[in-house]
Design a protein around this ligand. Sequence first.
Ligand SMILES: Cc1cc2nc3c(=O)[nH]c(=O)nc-3n(C[C@H](O)[C@H](O)[C@H](O)COP(=O)(O)O)c2cc1C
Length: 250
Amino acid sequence: MVFYFSGTGNSYQAAMAVRSENEELVEISACVNGGSYSFEIAGSESVTFVMPVYYGGLPSVVSEFIKNLSLSPAPAYCCAVFTCGVTPLGAGSMLSSLLAGRGLRLDAVFTVKMPINYVLLFRIPEEGKRERILSDAENTLAAIKNSIRNRRTAGIPSSLPARAASRLMYPIYSKGRKTAKFHTDDQCIGCGVCVGRCPAKAMVMEDGRPKWISERCIHCMACIRCGAVQYGSMTKGKKRYTNPLLKSCH
Ligand SMILES: Cc1cc2nc3c(=O)[nH]c(=O)nc-3n(C[C@H](O)[C@H](O)[C@H](O)COP(=O)(O)O)c2cc1C
């Protein structure tokens, strides 16, 4: 069984790439939205969690999911695949602790670098660079799939400085995630596509324009894939990122 969360498609691509044929793919935010946290694990089935790194940690919706998760029986092999723009820092340790709290052991953590999507703080790589990163990622993901098939175990890759950096950075995300600066500019035609893309159901249409619900927002960058969505003045004129696999879906 593969559980995944993705805002702009990188982790969706990773989940599709590492799953074996006919392996069930479960979308984490849909589970949280529907209050679905209990899963039966068949015989020797493995469990893989796929997600992006946020501020050296986990997307809020993934933490919420794991804190409530019940897998029965506990899987014989459990691993995680993190997609990130630069480095996962202590995200693996964070996931490992949360899983331990549910009586689950994390046997291996894999990381794949993919284009950075965080347009609020960074510039999206230019097309040529994006293509090179995605092509390298395909090779990495093929190797990860092989490791998962062989149930490779590995220590959680997290040095003390990496964990310390996560401890410093992550509260900026977990406590400081705000939506007041999200708005649309005059390019917005009120189509509601951004609202439909929000995996957290953190957006509604009001008077023909999207409105963000702060308590639910993950800051996953799905809404800002549309160039008419802005965050204060930080995103004006900046390129937005969508993984090519997602572009072909919606
Ligand atoms: C809120 C937020 C925080 C992020 N923090 C990090 C980070 O700490 N380290 C990193 O390497 N990438 C970081 N990124 C980049 C994403 O992890 C990366 O682009 C990921 O592949 C996006 O996956 P997705 O397309 O499945 O949403 C961050 C992205 C967002 C939206």
